[in-house]
Ligand binder design. Structure first.
Ligand code: FCB
Length: 459
């Protein structure tokens, strides 16, 4: 039986610029917030930085060859803003655009659909003079950058993702200071989240000036389940869902911020004066598809707000002996399927594109030179099965882009977590397709869920 997926379903893989490119000082690239953040002692595990990463700025033809070898039909990658506009606004660097044009043309020549992300977290450092995403000037800057990329590529690229995971940028970048730009200020994080959404709208307006473009934002959606069946925990789970999910879903797809979460924010920071009249109307109705990044769910319990806890809930798990990735994240395909069905129910009429799904499984080559990452095979198999069930239940899912094509720089965790279908030997940059990559290729080729391969000891 083949999977019940719509015709033209996009099977692919994803990466982002800062996590893979390296070559930070090449072809006129300006500094990004991640270049600067990486220099803070202790900011990135192992003192790592993005100077080499996977070397993909030079080795991108090898990456595209991997896509072809895997038989994938779509590639999600990101453009580095600071290669296109080194100072964030103003002067355009043609060498940066030339690079991405070559990548896009080569993808198209291989019959691979480009899915282009504009902001995968690497904002030009120069924009920090106005507060980065916490400043409203970021919105016009993003629109200017979008125009520069669109002028060059919108005749060939159909699928555009403006923002990657605005909640994660707001939380880790501006609330907790664990990601670039390293700001820890609750009000700034609220402002950053709002400006990321407004910038999405401004970018969408630019892109919709070109025929055939489809514009989405990729949200990191985390199903929130209550720790117990008490009404207090149910309210906590609902609140947490408002914070990470509905705060972004509702303005994009329903026309305004959800009232319950607005009240939580007002209690925490006072007036929401960062949201101007007309902003919610601007954000509404400009999203052609929703990018869904799914990794895990979270279990939430009621808790008093206090230092470091602005809202009346806390994440308590899941606890216990569960299937987990290397970093302890629960592997829960059922929550993925439920999420897709929920999105179809709560936000009807919006096509879904799975823009990321994956996990950290750190297997390395064994004596035979191969990477027998059976846990990733199970993760792919179970999540694709859950997605197919959601489609059968009515979710309009148009594609599935695995995170990631290759092991890469996992932000503040450095090079330790490995998310790739392809193993990267960092000292040499050599790429080796893992067993999971071969399994995914077989799945895509057959349109079915193959049995996981048997791994023979000493075989
Ligand atoms: C997501 C990010 C992506 C990668 C994966 C593991 O939150 O969008 O860049 O780091 O997690």
């Amino acid at each position: 039986m083949t999977l019940p997926l719509p015709p033209g379903f996009l099977w692919g893989a994803a990466t982002s610029a800062f996590q893979t490119e390296g070559s930070l000082a090449v072809d006129g690239r300006g500094e990004s917030v991640w270049d600067v953040f990486a220099r803070r002692p202790g900011a990135i595990e192992g003192g790592a930085d993005g100077s080499v990463a996977c070397g993909s700025y030079r080795r991108w033809p090898e990456d595209l060859a991997l896509l072809t070898e895997l038989g994938l039909g779509a590639y999600r990658f990101s453009v580095a803003w600071s290669r296109v506009m080194p100072a964030g606004t103003g002067r355009v660097e043609p060498r940066g655009l030339d690079h991405y044009e070559r990548v896009v043309d080569a993808l198209l020549a291989r019959g691979i659909v480009p899915v282009l992300t504009l902001n995968h977290w690497d904002m030009p450092q120069a924009l920090m003079a106005d507060g980065g995403w916490a400043g409203r000037g970021s919105v016009a800057a993003f629109a200017e950058y979008t125009r520069a990329v669109a002028d060059r590529l919108a005749d060939r690229v159909e699928w555009w993702i403006t923002q990657n995971e605005p909640w994660v940028v707001a939380l880790l970048g501006y609330q907790l200071g664990l990601h670039a730009p390293g700001v820890a200020d609750l009000r700034a994080s609220l402002a950053a989240g709002h400006h990321l959404l407004l910038a999405h709208a401004a970018g969408a307006q630019v892109l919709h000036g070109f025929p055939r473009t489809r514009v989405g934002a990729a949200l990191n959606l985390l199903p929130c389940v209550p720790a117990t069946d008490s009404p207090a925990d149910a309210a906590a789970a609902r609140g947490s869902d408002g914070y990470c999910n509905r705060w972004y879903l509702d303005p994009l797809l329903r026309g305004g911020y959800p009232a319950d979460m607005r009240a939580h924010w007002e209690r925490a920071v006072g007036d929401l004066d960062v949201v101007h009249d007309g902003d919610e109307a601007a954000i509404a109705g400009c999203t052609d598809f929703l990018g869904v990044n799914y990794y895990t769910r979270r279990v939430v319990a009621a808790a008093e707000p206090g230092p470091g806890r602005p809202f009346p809930w806390r994440v308590v798990g899941p606890a216990g002996d569960l299937t987990r990735t290397d970093d302890g994240t629960e592997v829960h395909p059922g929550a993925f399927g439920d999420l897709l069905v929920r999105l179809a129910r709560d936000y009807p009429g919006t096509p879904l594109l799975v823009t990321e799904n994956g996990g950290a499984f750190g297997e390395t080559p064994t004596h035979d030179g191969r990477v027998h990452d059976t846990r990733r095979i199970d993760q792919i198999r179970s999540h694709v099965a859950a997605m197919a069930a959601a489609v059968a239940a009515g979710a309009d899912v148009q594609g599935y882009l695995y995170w990631s094509l290759l092991d890469n720089l996992e932000w503040a965790m450095g090079y330790r977590p490995r998310y790739g279908l392809t193993y990267v030997d960092y000292p040499t940059g050599r790429r080796t397709i893992k067993d999971s990559g071969r399994y995914y290729a077989e799945l895509v080729r057959t349109g079915d869920l193959p049995e996981p391969p048997a791994v023979a000891p000493f075989g």
